[in-house]
Every structure is written in C-alpha cells, then in structure tokens.
Design a protein. Structure first.
Length: 284
C-alpha cells in the first residue's frame, strides 16, 4: 500500500498513435480536463503524487499552462508519453524540469504494435537526451498478444539500452482505453519468462505468482490510487471492472473533491479474482 495518494489524471482523450492494445487514438471529439478543474484538484491534494497521462498528455490544448502550474506548485508528478513528438517532449522536460517521465516501449516490434513508423527511433533519441542531461526516465512495457513471442528479445533490447528495470504492464480490457475497439481480453500464456526476468520488480513478480496460483491478496489499491478521466469523472478504479463514477470534478468544489477521494474505504475489491490489471494492482 502506498503511504501517499497517487492521482492519475487522464488529461486528454486525444492521441497521435495507432496502438493495437488501446483504442483512445480513435477518438474524434476532444475531451479534456479543464485548467480550472486541475487547479481545484491540486488545491485539494497539493502533496500527493500525480501521473499526467491520457491519451497523449502533451496534446492537451493547455499543456504549457498545466505544466507551468505543476512546476510553480512544486507538485510531484510523472508525465507519460508515447514519445512520438520527441522534440516537444524534450523541450517540455527542459523548460519545466519535469520531475519524472515514463515513455512507453513495447519492444523490438514497437513500431508495428503502435502503428507508427520511427517511434522506436524517437524513444532512443529521448533516451540519449535524458542520459546527456542526467534526466530520470522510465520505460513502460505493455505485455500483450503482440509481444508475448518476442519478450526475450525485447528484454535484450532494454538491457542494450542500459536499463536495469522496466515498468511492466499486462494488457487488459479497459473501458477507459476503449479496448473493445482494439485488443480484447489478452490472456498471457507464458508467465515463466516474466518470472525469470531481472528487469521486472520482485513486487510485480509476486503479483504474477499470486495470479497464477489464485492466492492473491485482496486488492485495496482504490483507497489511495485514484483516476480522474478526461470528462472529469472520478472513477473508482481505472480498470473496466470498477468503472463506478464517484462524482464529476466539474460539479465539485475543492473540498468536495478532497472529501470524495478521502472517503474511499475499501477493504478488498469484489473484482479481485478476475482482475489482472498489474499497473493498478501493484499499488495494493
Ligand atoms: C493509456 S497510455 C497513456 C500514455 C501514453 N499515451 C503512452 O502510451 O505512454 C498509458 C499506458 O497504458 C499502456 N496500455 C496500452 N494498452 C493497454 C491495455 N490494453 N491494458 C493496460 N495498459 C495498456 C500503454 O502502453 C501505456 O504504457
Ligand atoms: S496506449 Fe497511449 S499512445 Fe497508444 S493509443 Fe493509448 S493513449 Fe495513445
Ligand atoms: S482488483 Fe482490479 S478493479 Fe479492483 S481495485 Fe484492484 S485493480 Fe481495481
């Protein structure tokens, strides 16, 4: 369990990628958290950790003002990016001294899985930029039917990139990612190769072991990991299993947002047995 809350802001539903595991890029109508609503959230929780994602967060209409707001408020956050617009990401990282950046990379077949030529090369440019500037960055790898076969080569690629740890996700069916329009219900077949890999944390491996044996600890992550979606909805959990809306920040005051997130009190989730959303469950 985290000692501090983590609030994930899906600030935009716009995306410039064409991923096979996520359908957000198919959105036609822009839906974004508004600057004034973000101010309310930060006022309610100035001292927690934030994830700024989406969609592709840097495509938000007001991204410069938002990053400036985070910077001026000395907020601890991680920016997620697909790194397609590598020049813009580098510029924003430099301008706002972004505390932490996580870039997605799905392995040797990344460009194919993401449907974007040159994306892997951009990730490498970003990696070199970070090494040169002494900037911390992480790589997030989403394990899916599209890279299960190339997993060992993918890990070799990460080792050659000088990484000693990756942020590991397992592709799931998620309403928020509109997966019904892309990759549904991936069920991993080869867990052994994951359990043997030193780039994946022991905590994640323990989760995977408990998924295999069915002896999981009850997931209580929703008590301190919160998701606010691009339409302002505070959802109970980013998983499709728990898409229960607790309120919409557009209609809430700062105090109401604070009370709502502080009042989530769940000793165990009823979807526990079926949910393998490792990127959320690692916080339970
Ligand atoms: C939704 S993206 C948003 C940030 C940014 N657009 C990116 O791709 O890094 C956040 C993370 O979700 C991962 N992801 C994609 N499809 C997924 C799925 N079906 N289940 C779980 N995670 C998924 C992505 O690989 C990425 O690391
Ligand atoms: S995973 Fe990220 S880059 Fe890919 S479509 Fe979804 S939001 Fe866009
Ligand atoms: S079990 Fe799944 S749906 Fe339930 S809180 Fe954990 S991650 Fe969310």
């Amino acid at each position: 369990m985290r000692d501090k809350k983590l609030i994930q802001l899906y600030i935009t539903n716009m995306c410039n990628s064409h991923c096979k595991t996520c359908g957000i890029w198919k959105n036609k109508e822009r839906q974004e958290l508004q600057f004034d609503d973000i101010i309310k959230i930060l006022a309610a929780f100035p001292d927690v950790d934030y994830v700024i994602g989406g969609g592709e967060a840097i495509l938000h209409d007001d991204i410069v003002r938002i990053l400036n707001l985070l910077s001026v408020g000395n907020i601890n956050y991680t920016l997620l990016s697909n790194c397609i617009l590598v020049g813009t990401v580098c510029k924003l990282v430099e301008t706002f001294s972004i505390p932490s950046v996580t870039i997605s990379c799905d392995g040797i077949n990344h460009n194919k899985i993401r449907g974007v030529e040159g994306n892997l090369e951009s990730i490498n440019m970003f990696r070199k930029f970070c090494i040169t500037g002494g900037i911390k960055f992480k790589v997030s790898y989403t394990y899916s039917r599209y890279n299960e076969e190339s997993f060992l080569q993918d890990m070799d690629m990460f080792r050659n990139m000088g990484l000693n740890e990756i942020y590991f996700c397992i592709a799931q069916d998620m309403d928020l990612l509109m997966t019904a329009e892309s990759d549904e219900s991936f069920v991993a077949k080869n867990f052994e190769q994951i359990l043997d890999c030193e780039l994946i944390s022991e905590k994640d491996k323990n989760h995977i072991r408990s998924m295999i044996t069915g002896k999981r600890r009850c997931c209580t992550s929703q008590n301190n990991v919160h998701t606010i979606y691009s339409n302002g909805d505070i959802v109970r959990c980013q998983s499709f299993k728990s898409n229960i809306v607790l309120g919409n920040i557009k209609d809430m005051t700062t105090e109401e947002i604070r009370l709502t997130l502080n009042s989530v009190n769940n000793r165990g989730c009823r979807f526990d047995e079926e949910c393998n959303l490792l990127c959320q469950r690692r916080y339970d």
